[in-house]
Design a protein around this ligand. Structure first.
Ligand SMILES: [Zn+2]
Length: 468
């Protein structure tokens, strides 16, 4: 409990100059801990141990890559449940959900075949998630390079029988890397559909990244029932540039692609849940979570092992400090964000059955980087009310509060009436690692990761004690 045990709103959290002064002077409020004191205690406890980094190290070591339906995902479910039990969370359990089960297979290669019989050159590629494989002999065809679906449609019949190469980069001049991602990811998600619509036989997509290496970045792609299913691969950006340059002087160069990926029947999996039960309003629930599944190209340390361990660490910190929240604070490890979002929907279906009321749902899924603040997904009044906490959140480095999308996993919970929150981080390096082999524990800074957990702990505590 961080303010009044008698259920009155602590003046520290009311708007106006008085609240600001009280926050800054750390006045003790009634019988509880004042918010600024709580912030300092969280910093001391969290930064004194970097415990979230230990949890993340354990997750990637034990479960490794953990795409939905994989053996790694099973290990991740069991491990995170064990972590929550280890710390004495209440009501720890797994909630079943059936998930898509796509496997990459062993064969994954692309060769650049110059026209005149020069030496074949291997290209750095990986299958896009959900792609069909190729015949065993592969697919070999000339390449049509385009930068947009409009350009592809304008090319019309020239795409027939070819491999379409979507080569529009993320716009590096945008400060917001998520905006840059949004401006390029249509090629990955829908490229195979649009290419097949024009009679193409496969799609190659420039990796959606701002890194300057040659590591391919996967991600989900789709098919449409009425349109032939053709394979899709991502190519590292250096090889994308090489392929593009080759096509200028050798427009009839061909590429051969061989993939053995395929989609198996749906598999059983689970969301993992544990909580600190509310002392006064246990049926009012505040969710904090991330997604447990991760693409198989890396170990998903940032995406989204970070969000998962930050949720566990947030509850662990509060428990360590002896906080007994008024409302129930629940950590949720959602399954299957990457290629189906089934876990987020199953969570709402399960909780609706139990008749709980969710007042807030917080998601961390932008990488385990330095926190800056929170997006708030709700009406303008609630955004303004949350802004009153900017000063105290700023004490842990997360003082930016702005209206915005919360996250994919909590979207169904937000649609069902909860206010959504998304942890904002310094995302400049996120798309260097996103969905690739670069997403490893070595890319996560222990201090930045822990600060995200501390920010989450502080926010859930403020919501629990003050409401929204
Ligand atoms: Zn993610």
């Amino acid at each position: 409990m961080i303010d009044s045990q008698r259920g009155r709103a602590c003046p520290l959290f009311r708007s106006g100059i008085l609240a600001l002064m009280l926050v800054l002077t750390a006045a003790v409020c009634e019988a509880g801990i004042p918010a600024d004191s709580l912030a300092r205690q969280l910093l001391r406890k969290g930064l004194g141990s970097y415990h979230s980094h230990d949890l993340l190290t354990e997750l990637v070591r034990v479960a490794g890559s953990r795409l939905s339906g994989s053996p790694g995902a099973v290990k991740a479910v069991n491990l995170t449940a064990a972590m929550m039990r280890r710390y004495g969370f209440e009501n720890v359990h797994a909630e079943s959900v059936m998930v898509p089960h796509w496997v990459r297979g062993k064969k994954e290669e692309a060769l650049l075949l110059p026209r005149g019989g020069g030496a074949a050159r291997p290209l750095a590629v990986c299958a896009l998630g959900g792609s069909d494989g190729t015949p065993r002999s592969g697919i070999t065809a000339e390449v049509l390079e385009v930068r947009s679906f409009e350009e592809l449609r304008a090319a019309g019949p020239r795409a027939a029988g070819k491999i379409v190469f979507f080569n529009r980069p993320m716009d590096p001049t945008l400060l917001n890397t998520f905006s840059a991602y949004g401006g390029a990811v249509d090629q990955r998600a829908g490229g195979a559909i649009e290419a097949a619509r024009c009679g193409a036989v496969a799609a190659i997509v420039r990796s959606v990244t701002l890194a300057r290496d040659n590591v391919p970045h996967t991600g989900s792609m789709g098919y449409r029932d009425s349109i032939p299913r053709i394979p899709g691969v991502a190519i590292g950006i250096r090889d994308a540039d090489l392929l593009s340059a080759t096509l200028i002087h050798d427009p009839h160069a061909r590429v051969k692609i061989r993939l053995s990926c395929r989609t198996l029947p749906d598999a059983p999996s689970a969301n993992v849940i544990g909580e600190l039960r509310g002392s006064e309003r246990p049926d009012e629930v505040i969710v904090i979570g991330g997604h447990l599944d991760a693409w198989d190209t890396g170990t998903g340390a940032h995406d989204d092992g970070a969000g998962c361990v930050q949720a566990i660490e947030a509850l662990r910190l509060l428990k360590e400090l002896g906080i007994k929240p008024k409302r129930t604070i629940r950590a949720v490890m959602f399954m299957n964000e990457e290629n189906g979002s089934r876990g987020g929907r199953a969570y709402v279906a399960a909780t609706q059955r139990s008749g709980e009321r969710h007042i807030a749902a917080i998601e961390a899924d932008r990488g385990g980087f330095m926190p800056r603040g929170f997006t708030v997904q709700g009406d303008s009044d609630v955004v303004e009310r949350v802004k009153r906490w900017e000063t105290v959140l700023g004490l842990v480095g997360a003082g930016v509060v702005t209206a915005g999308h919360a996250g994919v996993d909590v979207s169904p919970t937000v649609e069902a009436g909860a206010v959504g929150f998304g942890l904002i981080v310094d995302h400049q390096r996120y798309f260097d690692v996103h969905h690739s082999a670069n997403d490893s524990i070595e890319a996560v800074h222990p201090r930045e990761l822990e600060l995200g957990a501390i920010a989450g702990a502080l926010l859930v505590c403020l919501i629990s004690e003050e409401g929204l």
